[in-house]
Design a protein around this ligand. Structure first.
Ligand SMILES: *Cc1c(COP(=O)(O)O)cnc(C)c1O
Length: 396
């Protein structure tokens, strides 16, 4: 599989002395996947979620690693993401989870993607293209049991059920149309407190169960039924489904207090590019929001919010240099960040600072960085900019 679409100009060769980069630990990713699997009944299908460029890790090398797990399908958010996977040579089913804007149906059929449908109009548009192309196109139905952003509403089966049933029946055995292959819902609070998670998962399962029981009577064969994201997979297994849709846990994001954290997968590193001794009273960064209270030594790191380091960590985050913490001082700028290395005085230009790393080395974890920035691990990962080369560490 190639990682560059054929039309891209040849990139400059990756420089070994890059200013800042991301390391991805494929071994840790594999062990996190094993943790998820161990929580599931044997035979449960895997639909790894690889949307948003594989949660920022780089979808091509990610899918290369995930192939050995023989997933039932891959999950993406958009038609473009699905087409990109096809361009990389992925032959497995690719589910497009977000509803697509009208007009995307031609590309869906052309790239043999599987749409997750949320309304009758979208079903109608897809059928029209499928019939014209004389193709039987697989679809999954999303059932909205409380997430409220997509799906056929579980409390309105009487409104949409008959029309969907008719369409599916008319197309089975026809020369083009849609084939119902799967059914799913999405839990909104699976990573909240254990009580809240348990209570809401039970309520959503109940709503989903009433709809799925009705739908399973329309179709002769078994449907692929999937409910659980990472948090639900680890807390309640497949929740009655035949497959699960894990994402963040595979990539090193924790999924709630009671669940043992995953292995750290992603490290973010940056070079020291300047070291300076400053007297008491010296200021740093836009707005001069930090002032040295005593003589201090500062290091400038070659990373900033333009690389995806959240500006919210200004004056509050930390990095690790030579196994010791150095606090971020002043506001993070687009390309540079200054840390106080008074406690790590032997730091030199060219040294490597760890911004996100491994808990067993005392480095800030993905979740520590996210909490410090007032956000979630997902936003940190997907915010890491294309400026940072992704370096996949050799599998163990
Ligand atoms: C992103 C996504 C997931 C994965 O959720 P995680 O919390 O990352 O495990 C599962 N299902 C759907 C529909 C999603 O959009």
């Amino acid at each position: 599989m190639s990682t560059q679409p054929p039309s891209s100009p040849a990139p400059h060769p990756a420089r070994s002395d890059a200013r800042a980069w991301i390391e991805v630990d494929a071994g840790a990713l594999g062990r996190n996947l094993d943790r998820i699997r161990a929580a599931l009944p044997t035979g449960t299908g895997l639909i790894p979620m690889v949307k948003a460029d594989g949660y920022g890790l780089g979808v091509a090398p990610l899918v290369e690693r995930l192939e050995s797990a023989e997933p039932r399908a891959y999950g993406v958010a958009t038609v473009d993401e699905g087409m990109e996977l096809r361009d990389f040579g992925v032959r497995r089913p690719i589910l497009v989870f977000s509803p697509v804007p009208p007009g995307d149906e031609d590309a869906v059929v052309e790239a043999e993607l599987t749409l997750c449908l949320s309304d009758r109009a979208a079903l109608g548009r897809l059928r029209e293209v499928a019939r014209r192309e004389r193709r039987l196109v697989p679809v999954h139905l999303e059932i909205d049991t409380g997430m409220g952003r997509a799906g056929f509403r579980s409390d309105a089966l009487d409104d949409w059920g008959p029309a969907v049933r008719e369409a599916v029946a008319a197309d089975s055995g026809a020369d083009g149309g849609v084939a119902l292959e799967g059914l799913f819902t999405h839990f909104h609070s699976a990573d909240e407190s254990p009580e809240r998670a348990q209570e809401t998962i039970a309520a959503q399962r109940e709503r989903f169960g009433r709809v799925s029981a009705a739908i399973e009577e329309w179709v002769p064969g078994p449907l692929l039924v999937h409910l659980s994201n990472s948090a639900a997979s680890l807390r309640t297994g497949a929740a009655g489904g035949t497959a699960v849709r894990p994402g963040i846990f595979l990539y090193g994001g924790g999924v709630g207090e009671e669940v043992e954290p995953p292995e750290d997968v992603v490290s973010v590193r940056a070079r020291v590019i300047r070291v300076v001794d400053v007297p008491a009273g010296a200021t740093v960064g836009y707005g001069a929001t930090y002032r040295a209270g005593a003589p201090e030594r500062w290091a400038t790191l070659a990373i900033g919010y333009g690389d995806g380091l959240p500006r919210a960590l200004s004056n509050r985050g930390r990095v690790v240099l030579q196994e010791r913490s150095a606090p971020i001082v002043g506001r993070i700028s687009m390309d540079m960040t200054v840390v106080d290395i008074t406690g790590v005085p032997s730091t030199r230009p060219g040294d490597v600072a760890t911004i996100v790393g491994r808990r067993d080395r005392g480095e800030p974890t993905l979740d520590e960085v996210a909490t410090g920035a007032g956000t979630i691990s997902y936003e940190i990962l997907t915010g890491l900019s294309p400026r940072l080369p992704r370096r996949w560490l050799r599998d163990p």
